[in-house]
Design a protein. Structure first.
Length: 401
């Protein structure tokens, strides 16, 4: 059993429907429902600049079958639901409630003046390994199913899509499954209309990675992927290259080793080119394997140095992103230390030279041990609280309430 030790807790003066981004918090849309758009993408509306979030819609108590949901936002923090962009169809061979519809991505096609959605299309035993394609004249949908195909005859599992801002072309990224002949990640180019794949640009050979996404800076491409550990997080890695065809660097980690990428899996990246600054965002998923529909989002800014060829995620509990200027800043809270808390039952204080004020509270088991932080002053409105804890398998992180 994991031994939980509380280090401290932090209180933030943030509203519940707020303009702040809170990685790992419970995100609600403006109707008060949990935001359910997992492993998806954010597409920017070409006319209005609005952000549209697409993702797997998870139904309570079920793994699959929810279809693709869509939300819109002007600030990446306040979300309005527009229901399902791709609704499941009973009896359909590829988009029925028992099909797998994963990692949807949406891109604008200039040629047909419509939006194209691509995803990992499969049956419930992952026996098809196809790419689904649907289209809509309206970004919010509804999207009409077109096809589910094998990319140039091969298998396709975890799916990603990337558009190069320099030539306007889109590329698909897909792992080719877990078989011995698979375990690669393909990077293939679409035709100009994004209706079909044309050719393989690069193959990340036998790294056995998944959840791929590509980020483009002025001088580099960074491909980020995770290892295959199901819904448990691991150390996401990045490869760097001057051009999509490579050569690509060896993979390197993007977050401190003991955090398992701050308890998240890669999936998408978003570039905010503001008036003052360009901010690169990592859009990861924090899967809750016990209750998939309650899975959370770890969206973090990245530190990228093209000269040093480095990229790393910047952990921030709560931050304020100005999508117009591109600037972001952490929102600071008040810290309450474990050393000052009251304990009862099995919970006790113990000296620890790594902890603030040299003290942790440990032995917090079951419901007969309590830790009470006193003198907490609220702002008279809903606020975020982060708890800093550590357990014996070495994950140190914060949890939002
Ligand atoms: C999924 O498709 C594969 C390949 O056609 C098939 O062998 C398998 O039985 C299918 N699984 C389900 C649950 O239909
Ligand atoms: C497009 O979607 C928006 C938002 O859901 C809706 O208000 C609008 O009527 C739609 N337009 C068309 C042409 O369907
Ligand atoms: C898919 O590609 C792999 C190499 O990446 C190859 O070994 C395999 O035969 C291909 N599978 C199909 C169905 O084409
Ligand atoms: C405390 O835990 C015990 C054993 O798991 C359980 O029977 C009891 O109902 C719990 N009490 C409360 C107040 O949750």
């Amino acid at each position: 059993m994991a031994r939980l030790s509380l280090l401290s807790s932090l209180l933030f003066a943030a509203l519940s429907v707020s303009k702040y981004i809170v990685p790992g918090g419970r995100w609600h849309d403006i109707d008060g429902n949990l935001v359910s758009a997992h492993a998806g993408c954010v597409t920017v509306d070409k006319d209005t600049g609005k952000f549209w979030l697409f993702g797997e819609y998870k139904v309570e108590g079920r793994t699959e079958g929810g279809g693709v949901s869509v939300y819109s936002s002007d600030d990446l923090a306040t979300w309005e639901s527009h229901g399902l962009a791709l609704a499941p169809v009973k009896g359909h061979p590829y988009v029925s409630p028992s099909n797998i519809i994963q990692r949807p991505k949406v891109v604008y096609s200039k040629i047909s003046n419509e939006y194209h959605m691509w995803w990992h299309a499969d049956n419930s035993s992952y026996g098809l390994l196809l790419q689904g394609f649907a289209r809509s004249p309206n970004i919010s949908g509804p999207y009409t199913f077109v096809s589910a195909t094998a990319p140039m005859g091969n298998w396709s599992q975890d799916f990603g899509l990337f558009t190069d801002y320099k030539n306007g072309r889109s590329y698909a990224l897909y792992s080719n499954g877990d078989r011995k002949e698979g375990r690669d990640v393909y990077l293939s180019s679409y035709n100009e209309d994004t209706t079909d794949l044309e050719q393989v640009i690069h193959r990340f050979d036998k790294y056995d990675l998944e959840a791929p996404t590509i980020l483009q800076t002025e001088k580099s491409y960074y491909a980020m992927m995770s290892h295959k550990t199901g819904y448990r997080p691991n150390n996401v890695v990045a490869f760097r290259a001057d051009s999509l065809a490579g050569p690509w660097s060896q993979p390197f980690m993007v977050a401190p080793l003991n955090t398992r990428t701050f308890n998240s899996q890669s999936g998408f990246t978003l570039t905010i080119k503001g008036k003052k600054k360009t901010t690169y965002l990592y859009l990861g998923d924090q899967w809750d394997s016990n209750s998939l529909w309650e899975s959370r989002y770890i969206w973090l800014p990245m530190d990228i140095d093209d000269k040093k060829k480095s990229l790393s995620l910047v952990w921030t509990d709560v931050y304020d992103l100005d999508v117009k200027t591109g600037e972001w800043s952490p929102v600071n809270g008040k810290t309450y230390y474990a050393a000052d808390a009251k304990t009862s039952g099995g919970a006790t204080k113990q000296e620890a030279n790594f902890a603030s004020k040299g003290t942790i509270v440990t032995g917090i088991y079951g419901n007969d041990s309590t830790v009470t932080f006193e003198g907490v002053e609220g702002a008279g409105k809903p606020q975020w609280v982060s708890f800093y804890y550590e357990n014996t398998d070495d994950i140190c992180n914060s949890r939002k309430a």
